[in-house]
Design a protein around this ligand. Sequence first.
Ligand code: SF4
Length: 477
Amino acid sequence: MRPMGVVLHERLLSRGRAGPPGRNGGLAMPTVAFYTLGCKVNAYETEAIWRLFEQRGYTRVDFEDEADVYVINTCTVTNTGDQKSRKIIRRAVRKNPDAVVAVTGCYAQTSPAEVLAIPGVDVVIGTTGRNRLLEYIEEARRTRRPVNAVTNIMKVREYENLTVTKFAERTRAFLKIQEGCNNFCTFCIIPWAKGLARSRRPEDVLAEARALAEAGYREIVLTGTHTGGYGEDLDGYRLSDLLRDLSRIDGIERIRISSIEASQLTDDVFEAMAASEKLCRHFHVPLQAGDDAVLRRMRRKYTTGEYAARIERLREIFPEAAITTDVIVGFPGETEAMFEAGVRFVEQIGFSELHVFPYSKRSGTPAARMPDQVPEPEKKRRVQTMLALNERLKAAYRRKFLGRVLSVLPEAREAKPPADADAGEVWLAGLTDNYLRVSFPGDPSLIGELVRVRLDALDGEVLRGTPVRLLSPVAGA
Ligand code: SF4
């Protein structure tokens, strides 16, 4: 059977649109271009979808180039996400009106009719069934009719197993372990876009982790919609089991959990964390609000007291861990006193970094219909206050490590070496396990190898350092 890419290419030829000659024995293979909006999970999925095209003989081109197929992976987390998605779809249609334009992702899932109403869209597919995307593209091409492949995501109970073993970064790989969320926080549209929580089969996660280790990745970042909820739908296999099994894989030196809810930090998880020598001392634990009344209105699953207790336990195991978080300010009904309580709570926890968001109405969510919406200028003021606190907390956390020696995994050459660096000296940039960005002078052959670095100075958000010794063996040395 000929690869579908070849079939599509022949159709393009029959319509008088041959690609550039020279490749594939005189015939150029069809091209595909991607655009990803939104989060890291979307970025992961775009890479997984690209693999499907690659297996069918496609060549990937830049989104700004003319392509035979455009795939836009959309976002709907805010109303702005919808607008941006529509803008990019129109841009793809303008780039090549003869191309097949396929739209996937969260906005496509929640608003397929809106997407199909955009002239030039050929395929709309939501957040599942992407394994069949190439069939739909072929169908749209054959029938000249748009294909709506969006199904009811709330009925989906199986994790869609798409794999990725190659990333733009050479040292850190994302590994998706889970999809969907059952929490239905009142501000969030995600459960409607991604469906209910479902975990990837342990054997598939472990196989991908082994493949990543073989491909030379030293660090894996576990991702998902609700990553810490891994295993809640599985029979007798939990996040703690996965952490234990992943820790045993040779070649993987670091395991990072992209995000975990306070309510998911259970005794079982703490035990597995304490037992793993590879788990990064960096935990992103979304707080969203530091006041109990606001947390209740958000329908979060913890109080500030419970949150603080889990962080305390985490710090008993990892005393110097970086604890990062998300905070929404100006949630409906948040009074000045509640906001101030939140500021005090954030200070009390002593996060190493905050991601601050002004509350933004998401149509279709309960919070969008709540009374007592906070006026925009007031939200802006609260954002500024929280951001100023963030700057102080970030600097304080980084300064604690000055003079210390930590392991750094260099990812690339430093784009901006310090002004006083020797001319021609190469600097490398990478991360410590507790998520400090470090740069130091070193040979590019060290990229991807764990290096002990003494942290000498804080330069903006980056710690400048001096390499002390190499930890992991250089391949082939
Ligand atoms: S936990 Fe809440 S904020 Fe996070 S994805 Fe689920 S519903 Fe959205």
